[in-house]
Design a protein around this ligand. Structure first.
Ligand code: ATP
Length: 314
């Protein structure tokens, strides 16, 4: 079975309780494991796939907590690192209308050091680059570039999610676009939200956005549309694959569950090139990945809400 190496950040989300969206008024916070690529690694493992997480946490109790969460989800953490600085922390408070207040204290995730010995493991395997913090500089950005190059030279399957966060890139979008495009150009699979597809392409319809992004080199493009499902685009077809009907209580991690489930299915193929030649197969996979995203919204939390294979096939 193919292994998926998920590279990026693992951090603590401190989520304010019952304080609207004003962090200055928040008193109680719930500690949660966060970081999109770590969520994706958990999603793959929970479905029965093989995943490894490559990232850096601090040598502090928060770092120990985070690595334990991944270990308990059967994610391989042997390639993860610990730095002599504090674990990255995000404080967030959410109002009922989705408005949020956000404070970010960047620590150990930026300290990731490139490890050239991992390159050989990419052979016939897959990598997923999906860090919200990767383009913010530091060791993580450097390591990202090296691992991307290694994956290209080893013919690994490459998946990319830009994970744009307005809070982190306010007034600096042009830099974000410039840093992301080399990944879009050479990845086999790109997962965008509507906002990301429009931002990176400079267009404001999905069809035009995909046209620009395919022209740049993107192969399979998926644009997640919440309850509407997912827009899929290849050189040969464009289609919206609908999702299932659910009653959502918390949409955190739906996108990570979606891409995790899609990568899990690709990892089960005897040869991942099959996904480029068979649009029907791709659409069936997206349909299942939509279901994974939808199920995740029916439970609170990100990792805890991820579905198992049995739940998915129920
Ligand atoms: P995130 O907000 O987690 O960073 P995202 O915005 O990419 O990620 P969504 O579009 O919210 O993710 O969800 C991913 C997928 O999950 C969707 O494409 C859809 O298939 C499914 N999904 C999400 N929300 C719902 C919903 N309310 N009903 C049905 N399916 C949903």
């Amino acid at each position: 079975m193919t292994r998926v190496f998920c590279i990026g950040e693992l951090l603590i989300d401190f989520v304010a309780e019952n304080q609207g969206n004003d962090l200055s008024k928040a008193i109680n916070f719930t500690k949660k494991a966060g970081g999109a690529p770590a969520n994706v690694a958990c999603a793959i493992s929970k479905l029965g796939g093989k995943s490894s997480f490559i990232g850096c946490v601090g040598k502090d109790p928060f770092g120990s907590f985070l690595l334990d969460v991944l270990k308990n989800e059967n994610v391989d953490i042997s390639k993860s690192q610990r730095a002599n600085t504090f674990t990255t922390l995000a404080f967030v408070s959410l109002a009922e209308d989705g408005e949020r207040d956000f404070v970010f204290s960047r620590g150990a995730d930026r300290e990731l050091k490139y490890d050239s010995s991992i390159k050989k493991d990419f052979d016939r395997n897959m990598i997923h680059l999906g860090a919200a913090t990767a383009m913010l500089g530091g060791g993580l950005e450097e390591a990202y570039g090296h691992y991307f190059f290694d994956a290209l030279t080893k013919d690994a399957f490459i998946s990319f999610d830009p994970n744009f966060r307005t809070d982190l890139w306010k007034d600096n979008e042009a830099v974000f676009i410039k840093k992301c495009m080399p990944y879009v150009e050479k990845s086999h699979l790109c997962k965008f939200s509507l906002e990301e597809a429009f931002l990176l392409s400079g267009k404001d319809t999905v069809k035009e956005a995909c046209e620009v992004l395919h022209k740049a080199g993107a192969k399979i493009i998926t644009i997640t549309l919440g309850k509407e499902g997912t827009f899929v685009s290849t050189d040969n077809m464009q289609h919206t694959v609908p999702s299932i009907k659910v009653s959502p209580v918390d949409t955190t991690g739906a996108g990570d569950a979606f891409i995790g489930c899609l990568l899990y299915q690709i990892s089960q193929l005897s040869n991942f090139n099959m996904v480029f030649n068979d649009d029907e197969l791709l659409m069936k996979m997206v349909e299942k990945a939509n279901k994974a995203g939808a199920i995740t919204t029916t439970n609170y939390g990100a990792i805890i809400a991820l579905p198992t294979l049995a739940q998915l096939e129920d």
